[in-house]
Write a protein that binds this ligand. Sequence first.
Ligand code: ASN
Ligand code: ZN
Length: 304
Amino acid sequence: AYDGLTTGSGIGVDGNIKSLLDTTWTGSQYQMISADGRQKTYDAKNKSILPGILAVDSDDNWNLPGTTSPGQPALVDAHFFANVTDDYYQNIHDFNWMSKYPQGMVSSAHLKRKYNNAYWNGTQVAYGDGDGITFINFSGDLDVVAHELTHGVTEATSNLIYQNESGALNEAFSDIMGTNTEYYFGTGNWTIGEDITPGDNGIRNMEDPTEDGYPDNYADRYTGTPDNGGVHINSSIVNHWYYLLATETGGIGLSAADQIAYKSFTSLNSTADFCDARAATIAVATNSEESHVTAAWDLVGVTE
Ligand code: ASN
Ligand code: ZN
């Protein structure tokens, strides 16, 4: 009989069991739609057409790792981590994804074949499987999932234009909120993608961006044309600002920094530059926080 609410479990990309997988029973099988309808997860079956087919399972134990896709772990993590990200935004920032995207958080795993990327397409998120060497399934890291979903939050709020400094702010906000979501869940760290890069400790490091060849100061910013004017490069300057604000000795701590980042970045204009971001973060800071916010910007070379 239809019970409307089930609690499944599944094996994630890291091989560990995730319980409390939020699925529903159709009357004949279980499907990856959460009981409240806020998450819907699809299998793109190694094709480029989105969303693909809704993920289903006969017994709600999503335990088929498989050495090649389609396998269930990438679906389990796309669904589970979207649910965590939704909780983070609702509980910490009172941001209701459904009010902006009535279709819910739609995710697809197994996009294309050995695809080394993930993205937000304006409607949903989609994850490649990685080539198995540089990357494994992109949904296997909460900071990646929250990064991609945050592109949806940005589009629905500031709508920061995806090039040059406004694009770098857009990218930085995705890394910042991706990291905040990981800390919210209890697995936080300052690297991005550490769980899906087998031979590396992630693709970016907010604590020390230079580890991956990225700038940690405005003086070293990239001014070329590729990557939409370096959106994934200059984002590291802002990432490092956030790291300093949240962690510096005597600093304000992660939760206070999180509030400042969310309130300021979601209210920026779509053409904002780093200077505008500096001003916006100061504007939302309390009196006691303000000196820490400005000090962190000064340290990354973004001055008045
Ligand atoms: N994974 C990349 C990102 O979210 C895709 C892109 O270049 N936009 O930043
Ligand atoms: Zn991004």
